[in-house]
Design a protein around this ligand. Structure first.
Ligand code: FAD
Ligand code: NAD
Length: 470
């Protein structure tokens, strides 16, 4: 490889990097990818989306067996938790998924360098292996896709034993009696669901006044209700965590509530879930003159950095830290490099939380529409009025909420909390992409009985206040 100059070198093999590499290869470029870990796939495949969803599914099966099977006429005399087996299964899922990426690299003739990449200059990247040896990769263009790492709070260290990040939480083989979760965002509520369902007492400390505060406000309130019903769950919202202490094997978290009072919570383990920070440590950005802005690499609309032959995508640049956003940018940047004119509609990128019930959202939230002065209409349909939901479960939480422009009827946002929300949100994504009106969604024939009929009903509510089943 010593004399090879690649057309494009991608640093980082997460859903941003490996997708960019494949698209570049499809477009006829000679591509290299550099990954510091022995397995490909980045945060998402190794310690993020895939393993967390594996544990969410396993814990949901357990919870159903304990709490719901009997109602359905299924008697299971004893249900026993085997957490090490749950973790082992999850590891198997990760292994299969990451080896799939290795296969895709081979299939697309992408050269994989295993080692830590750092810029020597804008066309040379040094790859340092674990044993200290190194080699240089010469390249015309570079795509930085180095992702993110768990963030912490000032003065609180993630010691990986008492205070852990999601990465360690995914490896716990002993069930904590009481898990404290700092941050009621996406990771907070997903990991709380995993451990709460299998028997841990959960206390979430959240700075905002509701869970998942970046989503439409109605969703977080409904989610708190259902989590309280499902497990031993307390959400201390409007609590700002200020400190921590480890004493006699217990972890004590200090927070300040709305009234300015100090609150302490003692638990066996504390999950830090206050966001993630873009990862550019030791990347050598100073050698090429790229300066970060609050940790992120600044990019143009074309995802180009201040150095013309260097692009950046995914968690390391502005925008939502989501795997599918990173992948869209991976495809986008490859096509830009190939001289094409791709497009990403960031407003139509959905967000999903894989709790029970699932939460899914796309477009504007009601809070955003209020803030920007848009006149809007709301259509709302609860799953408790859905025959399909009643057939499948006893307690039907949640609703579909559709926001539409008051004058034009254009759909502006869809927010779902309920069964299969993650899949149903695609109707909202399509609606936004095609600039559908609420009436368009309302006149589509939806199969009966399905959860998706609730989307039609909410759309009928938004377009002309003509919900049928309520
Ligand atoms: P990453 O996936 O972080 O990949 C970056 C890669 O670059 C890593 O493999 C890293 O080792 C490598 N790297 C970094 N620096 C160097 C270097 N100098 N040299 C060589 N290699 C380097 N998103 C969703 O959309 N859906 C979900 O359900 C979801 N669940 C999540 C659950 C958890 C617990 C977590 C933590 C995250 C989750 N996310 C989810 C977020 C998602 O994982 C990220 O948004 C996504 O992985 C970002 O992709 P990326 O390619 O930008 O970076
Ligand atoms: P987040 O931004 O979703 O949530 C962090 C929460 O911590 C916020 O609600 C914030 O108000 C709270 N917080 C901050 N400081 C606090 C303090 N001092 N005291 C109490 N609360 C405090 O971040 P996350 O949950 O850590 O997730 C990180 C990223 O990973 C997110 O960007 C998310 O998109 C991504 N992710 C996505 C999925 C998914 O798509 N299903 C799953 C997991 C993670």
């Amino acid at each position: 490889m010593a004399n090879t100059t690649f057309d494009v070198t991608v640093i980082g093999s997460g859903p941003g990097g490996y997708v960019a590499a494949i698209r570049c290869a499809q477009l006829g470029m000679k591509v290299a990818i550099i990954e510091k870990y022995p397995t490909l796939g980045g945060t998402c495949l190794n310690v993020g989306c895939i393993p967390s969803k594996a544990l969410l599914d396993s814990s949901e099966h357990y919870h159903q067996a304990v709490h719901q099977f009997a109602e359905h006429g299924i008697k299971v005399p004893t249900v026993e938790l085997d957490l090490p087996q749950m973790i082992k299964r999850k590891a198997g899922v990760v292994e299969k998924t990451t080896s799939g990426v290795a296969y895709l690299m081979k299939k697309n003739k992408i050269t994989v360098f295993q080692g830590f990449g750092s810029f020597v200059d804008a066309n040379t990247i040094k790859v340092t292996k674990d044993d200290g040896s190194s080699e240089e990769v010469k390249t015309q263009k570079v795509i930085i896709a180095t992702g993110s790492k768990p963030a912490s709070l000032p003065g609180i260290e993630i010691d990986k034993k008492h205070i852990i990040s999601s990465t360690e939480a995914l490896e716990l083989t002993e069930l904590p009696k009481h898990m404290i979760v700092i941050g009621g965002g996406v990771i907070g509520v997903e990991m709380a669901s995993v451990f709460g369902r299998i028997g841990s007492k959960i206390t979430v400390l959240e700075y905002a006044d509701k869970l998942i505060p970046s989503m439409d406000g109605a969703l977080g309130k409904e989610l708190a209700k259902s989590m309280k019903k499902e497990m031993d769950f307390t959400a201390l919202t409007s609590h700002k965590v200020t400190g921590s202490e480890v004493k006699d094997g217990k972890v004590i978290i200090t927070a300040e509530n709305k009234k300015g009072e100090t609150v302490t919570v003692e638990g066996d383990v504390c999950l830090m879930a206050v966001g993630r920070r873009p990862y550019t440590d030791n990347l050598g950005l100073e050698n090429i003159g790229i300066e970060t802005d609050r940790g992120r690499i600044p990019v143009s609309d074309q995802l180009q950095t201040s150095v013309p032959n260097i692009y950046a995508i995914g968690d390391v640049v502005r925008g939502a830290m989501l795997a599918h956003k990173a992948s869209e940018e991976g495809v986008f940047v490859a096509e830009v490099i190939a001289g094409q004119h791709p497009h990403i509609n960031y407003r139509a990128i959905p967000g999903v939380v894989y709790t029970w019930p699932e939460v899914a959202s796309v477009g504007y939230t009601e809070e955003e529409l209020k803030a920007n002065g848009t006149k809007y209409k709301v259509g709302n349909f609860p799953f408790k009025a859905s025959g399909r939901a009643r057939a499948s479960m006893d307690d039907s939480f949640g609703f579909v909420k559709i926001l539409a422009d008051k004058e034009t009827d254009e759909m502006l946002g869809m927010h779902i909390i309920g069964p299969r929300a993650a899949d149903m949100i695609m109707e909202g994504v399509m609606g936004l992409e095609f600039r559908a009106s609420a009436e368009d969604l309302a006149i589509f024939s939806h199969p009966h009985p399905t959860f998706s009929e609730s989307v039609k009903e909410a759309a009928m509510g938004a377009t002309a206040n003509r919900v049928i089943h309520m």
